[in-house]
Design a protein around this ligand. Structure first.
Ligand code: GL2
Length: 814
């Protein structure tokens, strides 16, 4: 299929200018960087649309089995650089812009982040979409188009404040509004019984209808013509909405009521770990599930009329429990609308779905109060009860009258608030349930889903998470990317990540080492400049850049990092001047957002600021130690920070991080990891070798016994000393930090900071010793990148495609 649009520099310039003039409506003779970004983006979008049409025409013609990836969150970040690189026309665009008097990097900086997700889970989905497109899989992503993405973090006097992220304020050139692709989504109402041809069927008479309108976001693959679709739904008032009010003459109120419909897709919930039973959240879940399934079933029906073929043509992926209402919805459609009998419908449903869980925390598993569900979706509640009844009967026949176990495994949780356990629903229905790392699977088997694992061991798998090397090396670290290609003699690693291992054979080459070091230095300079602009703090490029960036959570132990920094500061202060020469200078960088209602996490942010204030203004310390908090951490900040880091910290208490994906991004960029043996770190260790990292802390299997010890588990003196400094107000805000310090008392230290402190300091000392041996450091750094291939999302997606979804590549011809 020939491209209609040309990619030579002249055509690109003309395109950009045309868009500036006719789409953005600015004069082609006078426009600024932002308008250049807009013109450029629309021009790129045209090229994306071309490929995307070809891809979908081709999929339609071939009619392969398609994957539909359902996720409530996608953290895409910026699109421009990624798109032009994947389309293979970055340099041409850079030339075209140059000729127009603009610089590509400056123009690209104008783009805001699309932050329709909280953290790792959401960014993982974005990486997986990139891999699905690149590997030519016939896949669709489905999610919600929130008007407000994840809040912007403002730091005022060291405290986190949240500002709404109205990311659509300046338009979004990367989406295509599909006014004609819209579906009614229904809520509330009653269920009645009707007799049809001698059978009684249930009919849901909904009480409210909202329209779901599609916004399509083309996702281009790299080195392929394929561009797949991420379809996000926005809520709009339905025309069927309350005609009564109009007729009674209450025009203004009727309009106001209509507007309420839009609130469904208004805002992303900013808490990634606890799900209070909120009606709006449940509405969001069902809204996106219902619209997506109507769309999927419509597409299936275009070419098929027998639902027995559904599992051969459709794979539905439930990403975490959020979309699991889809199970009840498919059953409802098959039984109530298609009039299939229950067992046939269940057989079909259980063959299309698979489920990924992303947590190790039982308390984080979603539960929906029955009252809430029954009110909002009365028919779905009946269906879930029916699924549970049949499951309980089957289970009794298998395990007998073990009521404790039956009640643990039931989809319905009895108790003060009777609830539906969405994870149980997903496990009962899906033939494949997967965790996101080897360790995670072990925890699922032994703790989280033990009963289910014993019943159906064959259902449980793990698929180690991965990140895309296109975004995390090629886009964000172009210098390293060119260096890798030069030494491997090919750019093929960008698609075939196994080739990265080829760096191992050059690891001792002094030329590579020199060039590697130079790339790091340039990236550090870029980061240092950013830090200075942000905070006015000048940092030395000779210092070790030591970074911890991720959501702020107690289990991720940013507090351990800060206490370690206080210890370092305290040691330097108490050193003889002659000994100070031996101190390895550090720039400690911390960044991350705390959920707005998460008090302890917010205190950790404040603590970081007061400690930074003290250290950074202590003339006695100078360049030996600096602490910087980077506000409003997001994808594009990560793209800047990661390439410029020497060391990166992953400190979760073992057994708490399902996988972790930040570590993989750092690894690919040749940063050394200082980490606990948790989540995917255990597999990283297998790939790069434990001696190529700085590991510390209790192991997953040791943690429960340590917790049992309670107050008898004594923390070391160094730990008590630094905690006391905080408690006694050495950094100020004594009363404010009291509750934070209380969490560290013997017997209350659930996340084992005290227990792990000594080994943490040892690992830090080992990192210092290595840093003063630059040759060794670079050696380890090259081996980190060389060993990162396994953690590409390309690998993960191939595993899912083969072992879970049963889909094959469907490559659109060029
Ligand atoms: C998470 C896990 O905590 C994290 O360990 C994992 O890497 C990602 C992706 O699988 O999923 N679960 C979750 O709710 N968030 C995560 O980052 N926010």
């Amino acid at each position: 299929m020939d491209a209609f649009l040309k990619n030579d520099s002249f055509s690109l310039q003309k395109d950009i200018l045309d868009h500036v003039e006719y789409t953005v409506a600015r004069s082609r003779f006078i426009f600024d960087d932002f308008e250049a970004y807009q013109g450029l983006s629309y021009s790129v979008r045209d090229r994306l649309i071309e490929r995307w049409h070809d891809t979908h025409r081709y999929f339609k013609k071939k009619d392969p089995k398609r994957l539909y990836f359902l996720s409530l969150e996608f953290l895409m970040g910026r699109s421009l650089s990624n798109s032009v690189i994947n389309l293979g026309i970055r340099d041409q665009y850079a030339d075209a812009l140059n000729q127009l008097g603009f610089e590509f990097e400056v123009v690209a900086e104008q783009e805001g982040d699309a932050a329709l997700g909280n953290g790792g889970l959401a960014r993982l989905c974005a990486c997986q979409m990139d891999s699905l497109a690149t590997l030519d899989y016939p896949a669709w992503g489905y999610g919600l188009r929130y008007q407000y993405g994840l809040f912007r973090q403002i730091i005022l006097d060291g405290f986190q404040l949240e500002e709404p992220d109205y990311w659509l304020n300046f338009g979004n050139p990367w989406e295509i509004e599909r006014v004609h692709v819209s579906y009614p989504v229904k809520f509330y109402g009653t269920v009645e019984e009707e007799g049809i041809q001698g059978q009684t069927i249930k009919v849901w008479i909904p009480g409210e209808t909202v329209e779901a309108v599609a916004y399509d976001n083309p996702i281009p693959g790299y080195g392929t013509r394929n561009a797949i679709n991420l379809r996000l739904w926005a809520a709009k008032p339905s025309d069927q909405y309350d005609m009564e009010s109009y007729n009674t003459g209450d025009y203004i109120n009727a309009i106001m009521d209509r507007q309420k419909a839009e609130t469904i897709s208004n805002v992303l919930y900013p808490d990634d770990r606890s799900y209070q039973g909120k009606e709006l959240r449940l509405k969001q879940h069902y809204f996106f599930v219902s619209a997506s399934l109507q769309d999927i079933i419509r597409r299936f029906r275009d070419d098929h009329n027998n639902f027995d073929e559904f599992p051969e043509k459709v794979a539905l992926q439930i990403n975490d429990t959020h979309p699991s209402l889809a199970i009840a919805e498919v059953m409802r459609v098959l039984v109530d609308e298609e009039h299939l009998d229950w067992s046939r419908a269940w057989d079909i449903t259980s063959r299309v779905f698979s489920f990924t869980t992303h947590t190790v925390h039982v308390e984080a598993l979603e539960k929906i109060p029955v009252d809430l569900l029954g009110n909002l979706l009365p028919r779905h509640l009946q269906i879930i009860y029916e699924i549970n009844y049949k499951f309980m009967e089957e289970l009794k026949s298998m395990i007998g009258q073990d009521y404790d176990r039956l009640s643990r495994m039931s989809i319905v949780e009895e108790g003060a608030v009777k609830s539906i356990r969405m994870a149980n629903l997903s496990i009962v229905c899906c033939q494949i349930v997967n965790g996101v790392s080897k360790v995670h699977l072990d925890l699922l088997k032994e703790r989280v889903f033990k009963d289910f694992y014993e019943l159906w061991p064959q259902k449980f798998q793990y698929k180690t998470n991965g990140v895309t090397q296109r975004r995390w090396v090629v886009v964000s670290n172009p210098n390293l990317s060119s260096l890798i290609s030069k030494w491997l003699g090919t750019e093929s690693w960008i698609r075939n990540v196994d080739l990265l291992a080829g760096l191992r054979q050059h690891v001792s080459d002094p030329d590579l080492q020199r060039e590697w070091k130079m790339v790091k230095k340039v990236n550090k300079a870029r980061l240092a400049e950013y830090i200075e602009t942000l905070s006015g703090i000048k940092v030395s490029l000779d210092a070790m850049f030591d970074v911890q960036i991720k959501r702020i959570h107690e289990y991720k132990r940013q507090l351990l990092n800060i206490l370690g920094i206080i210890h370092r500061y305290d040691c330097i202060k108490n050193m003889e001047t002659s000994d100070r020469r031996k101190v390895v200078p550090r720039v400690c960088i911390i960044g991350g957002k705390a959920a707005p209602g998460y008090d302890i996490a917010k205190k950790i942010i404040k603590l970081c600021h007061v400690v930074a204030e003290k250290i950074n203004n202590d003339a006695d310390i100078g360049d030996l130690l600096k602490l910087v908090f980077i506000p409003d951490y997001n994808v594009s900040v990560a793209e800047l920070v990661i390439p410029g880091s020497d060391l990166s910290q992953h400190l979760s208490t073992a057994g708490h991080e399902a996988s972790g994906t930040g570590s993989m991004k750092f690894l690919m960029n040749g940063c050394l990891l200082l980490a606990t043996a948790d989540g995917a770190i255990v597999e990283i260790m297998e790939e790069v070798g434990a001696d190529n990292m700085f590991l510390f802390g209790a192991k997953v299997n040791e943690v429960p016994a340590l917790r049992e010890k309670g107050a008898s588990l004594k923390a070391p003196l160094q730990f008590l000393r630094v905690v006391r400094m905080v408690r006694d107000g050495y950094f100020g805000f004594k009363d404010y930090f009291k509750s934070l310090c209380d969490t560290l008392e013997d017997g209350k230290d659930f996340y084992l900071l005290g227990y792990d402190f000594a080994s943490y300091l040892e690992a830090q000392a080992a990192a210092d010793r290595t840093f003063v041996d630059p040759e060794k450091w670079i050696h380890m750094s090259i081996l980190s990148t060389a060993g990162s291939g396994k953690f590409s999302s390309d690998k993960t997606i191939e595993e899912y495609a083969k072992h879970t979804w049963g889909i094959e590549p469907c490559k659109c011809p060029f």
